[in-house]
Design a protein around this ligand. Structure first.
Ligand code: 5GP
Length: 112
């Protein structure tokens, strides 16, 4: 049985600061925010990563990101989406998720 930390949040076994929810996705505030706005777009179904994701899921995740970006007011100034995959990508939680960062100028560097 898959029991990563995001599965536990989705099941209500762990608390989280929820920003948006629908039948397929949950969006929460990151517990260690790297920007004034740092949200995690998480599919409710356990999907490990890109290899397991469908075209439909990826499209839906982007649509949710856009909807939530509008909801939290970062569309006008802009925002960044990040998807970490694997060891070199710095993925820590083994459950597909997209980071949405904004609320300040994030700069042009993608890698420190
Ligand atoms: P990754 O490196 O896997 O792409 O990022 C995982 C993110 O999940 C990190 O930014 C981390 O701060 C966040 N995170 C880890 N555990 C929790 C948690 O229990 N609650 C919330 N809200 N975020 C978490």
């Amino acid at each position: 049985m898959i029991d990563d930390i995001f599965c536990k949040i989705i099941k209500g076994e762990l608390p989280a600061d929820k920003v948006y929810e629908d039948d397929e996705f949950l969006v929460i505030k990151d517990i260690h925010p790297q920007a004034p706005v740092h949200l995690l777009i998480i599919p409710k179904k356990h999907i490990f990563g890109m290899h397991d994701a469908t075209q439909e899921l990826l499209g839906q995740a982007m649509m949710v990101a856009d909807k939530v970006a509008q909801h939290v007011g970062v569309v006008e100034k802009g925002y960044r989406l990040i998807l970490n995959e694997g060891e070199h990508g710095g993925k820590l939680v083994p459950h597909f998720h997209i980071h949405l960062l904004g609320g300040k100028a994030l700069g042009t560097k993608i890698v420190k």
